[in-house]
Design a protein around this ligand. Structure first.
Ligand SMILES: Nc1nc2c(ncn2[C@@H]2O[C@H](COP(=O)(O)OP(=O)(O)OP(=O)(O)O)[C@@H](O)[C@H]2O)c(=O)[nH]1
Ligand SMILES: [Mg+2]
Ligand SMILES: [Zn+2]
Length: 291
């Protein structure tokens, strides 16, 4: 029987099979011998050891379509980046870094802004205008009222999506809205530090419907961008691509005279805040490379 690894804990792998059941499996010795690591998301063939106990043994690994480094997972089709519009306030530099981390790994991204019940329409529109040309489909949701969930569900259909975002933004709450059988643990935000409590501790795949899977990952506050140098950065900004006519090549689009990107920002063709955050990230990568 074939299935997908949805969780791995202490040498046990949990394999969700086409029959809708999850088998607890060990990997056969052959994996240890040739040093292959089984990842969450892997498609495997299993032999059933005990049908009633739902235990089995992994016999082979189906070739991967993709392999993510952060978070470590196989066969992920897209990332779902979740930020809340408030509580916690969205840190857009962090959002951009997350976008970059996935774009640098060649993964398409779906953006979701949650908790729209806590902000005004103006706040929503401001965020939408910053990201309208970033190259991702964007969704506005309210997990606590079930708003925007059907549209989001459609964007996730038939794929394995990896959820990412800071702690407390409502990732697990959204996953709970998307499916109705298994509930994921969610946590109240700690008032004292006004950020989440890291309820989700390890990556785990949740089957939503036939062929549709979501990987819930623990939230985080910061990380390094997976870029070799700052010169690579601009290539991941979809809104810069129409503007190629910079006077100097290569152009960092930060300070050079005759820069077509800066010109487009001045003319309002590129969102100013998205551009300013680009410059900040550019400078951060540049200065961190000096050490
Ligand atoms: N007002 C409001 N609160 C929400 C909404 N969605 C989730 N929450 C609340 O936000 C808190 C955090 O939600 P979680 O789903 O646990 O957040 P998470 O992103 O999974 O957090 P970690 O697992 O720590 O990464 C909970 O108290 C939720 O009830 C929403 O749309 N509106
Ligand atoms: Mg969570
Ligand atoms: Zn330029």
């Amino acid at each position: 029987m074939q299935g997908r690894i949805i969780k791995g804990i202490a040498g046990f792998y949990y394999v969700y099979c086409d029959d809708g059941r999850t088998y607890e499996c060990r990997a056969r010795g052959i994996f240890r011998k040739d040093g292959r690591k089984i990842l969450v998301g892997d498609i495997v063939d299993i032999g059933i050891l005990d049908d009633k106990e739902m235990t089995g043994s992994i016999s082979s690994l189906v070739p991967r379509t993709s392999e993510l480094i952060r978070p470590e997972a196989a066969n992920v089709d897209q990332a779902l980046i979740v930020f809340s519009l408030a509580d916690p306030r969205p840190d857009l530099i962090l959002l951009d870094k997350l976008l970059l981390q996935f774009f640098a790994q060649d993964l398409p991204v779906v953006l979701c802004f949650n908790k729209d019940d806590l902000v005004t329409d103006d706040d929503v529109n401001r965020v939408l205008s910053i990201y309208k040309d970033c190259g991702c489909r964007t969704f506005i949701t309210c997990a606590s009222q079930g708003k925007g969930i059907d549209e989001l569900k459609e964007a996730l259909k038939g794929r394995l999506s990896c959820v990412a975002g800071p702690s407390g933004v409502g990732k697990s709450s959204l996953v709970n809205c998307l499916q109705d059988s298994v509930k994921v643990q969610t946590g109240a935000i700690s008032k004292k530090i006004a950020r989440g409590k890291h309820t989700t501790r390890h990556s785990e795949i949740i089957p939503i419907s036939s062929g549709t899977f979501i990987m819930d990952t623990p939230g985080f506050y910061s990380f390094d961008v997976l870029l070799k140098d700052e010169g690579e950065l601009a290539s991941y900004y979809n809104e810069f691509t129409p503007y190629e006519g910079c006077k100097f090549k290569p152009c960092s689009h930060t300070h050079e005279p005759g820069c077509a990107v800066k010109q487009a920002v001045e003319e309002g063709l590129i969102n100013n805040e998205r551009y300013e955050n680009y410059v900040q990230i550019y400078n951060e990568i540049k200065s961190s490379r000096r050490y």
